[in-house]
Design a protein around this ligand. Structure first.
Ligand SMILES: [Zn+2]
Ligand SMILES: [Zn+2]
Length: 121
């Protein structure tokens, strides 16, 4: 599975992708992406990134990787976890993936509803 940012300066390949992904409704993801950020969490050694990702320290333990050219919101990484999340929306071509759950729904914006019946946390 391959993906890229909007301008193509950064590409990534998930070697062992799982078929499900989550969408995060937290305030940070909302600000970062402009609405919601959907991602899949994979072991670091199964994600190959090419290009100069810029990282923003978004909290004490977490940082967010983006393209310094086009600004695409690409990666999320916790300091104590050997996994990285990559943006589901940046995967190229058919993904065969399905949205599996909603997270941080207590922080969701008041301008939309979640109505698909999927698990929430
Ligand atoms: Zn870019
Ligand atoms: Zn979030």
């Amino acid at each position: 599975m391959k993906g890229s940012c909007l301008c193509g300066a950064i590409t990534f390949e998930a070697i062992d992708p799982v078929s499900g992904f989550s969408v995060c409704h937290c305030g940070q993801c909302r600000k970062w992406s402009g609405h919601l950020w959907s991602s899949t969490h994979v072991p670091d050694n199964s994600l190959k990134i090419e290009g100069e990702v810029r990282w923003f320290q978004s909290s004490k333990k977490a940082r967010r990787g983006f393209c310094p050219v086009c600004g695409a919101s690409l990666f999320w990484k916790h300091a104590d976890d050997d996994h990285t999340s990559f943006a589901r929306g940046c995967v190229d071509g058919p993904t065969g993936a399905r949205l599996k759950r909603h997270i941080f729904t207590a922080d969701k914006g008041d301008y939309y509803d979640i109505a698909d019946g999927l698990p929430r946390s």
